[in-house]
Write a protein that binds this ligand. Structure first.
Ligand code: AMP
Length: 236
């Protein structure tokens, strides 16, 4: 999907998606990626994919990263930044990119800025998905994922037709290790401490676009598209 040489007619769309874990950024990134053709980079997905590698195929940095992830802690900035820098082709994608789950600290945001400046790439905006903490925790603890097709369900809000079985491919649904109560608590603390200051960081740069993440994914997507529409100049 990533074509670094500009031949598309449409302007590239380049966004960072911010928000607490479980707020639905991943789903919105997927929907935006389908609409704009932009490349989606989810650092969490990259780490999860590394889990299925044999121990011998994992670098020491990735092995350590998976241990941080299992506990719900943030992976060290250096490892995450290297991982994103390795995906420079996605950042150069002619249709743009959607960064989902990165940056997650101010240090990562500063590194991203350096990479983009070096590449002469401009960020269009930072979509910040907001939801009260107790709702975020409820979403995370009820989340069930299909290991096969990656479909996501919720035990109450979006239950599968047959309990524990994926509607789409029949896979056996599982609860992510970091969606268990102890890891959720650690992730929320990491979010409050390290990630929430990013909203202010991007607000000061005039890039922040806030979206209320209540309701169904389709409704939130509508809100997102509305927020991205160019504002009409007020008549004098
Ligand atoms: P996510 O699926 O985005 O919630 O990410 C799952 C886990 O991957 C997080 O709890 C972290 O352990 C790790 N992770 C993903 N992205 C980052 C990041 N940008 N910085 C640090 N850790 C990350």
């Amino acid at each position: 999907m990533c074509e670094p040489f500009p031949k598309a007619q449409q302007k590239p769309r380049r966004f960072v998606l911010l928000g607490a874990p479980g707020v639905g950024k991943g789903t919105q990134a997927e929907l935006l990626s389908a609409k704009f053709g932009a490349c989606q980079i989810s650092t969490g997905d990259v780490f999860r994919a590394a889990k299925s590698l044999d121990a011998g195929e994992r670098s020491p940095a990735i092995t350590a990263a998976l241990e941080f992830m299992r506990k719900g802690e943030l992976v060290p900035d250096g490892t995450v930044v290297d991982l994103v820098a390795e995906r420079i082709g996605c950042l150069r994608c002619e249709k743009g990119f959607l960064l989902d789950g990165f940056p997650r600290t101010v240090a990562q945001a500063e590194e991203l800025e350096k990479i983009l400046t070096r590449e002469q790439i401009k960020l269009d905006g930072v979509l910040s998905y907001d939801l009260p903490l107790e709702k975020v925790v409820a979403r995370l603890s009820g989340r069930r994922t299909c290991p096969g097709c990656k479909a996501v369900f919720h035990v109450e809000a979006r239950p599968p037709k047959v309990e524990g079985v994926c509607d789409q491919c029949g896979g056996k649904l599982y609860q992510r290790e970091d969606d268990r109560p102890e890891a959720i608590r650690v992730r929320m603390e990491a979010y409050e401490r390290s990630t929430s200051p990013l909203a202010e960081f991007y607000r000061k740069k005039g890039l922040l676009i806030s979206i209320v993440a209540e309701g169904a994914p389709e409704a939130i997507f509508e809100q997102t598209l509305k927020a991205l529409k160019p504002k009409k100049a007020k008549k004098a």
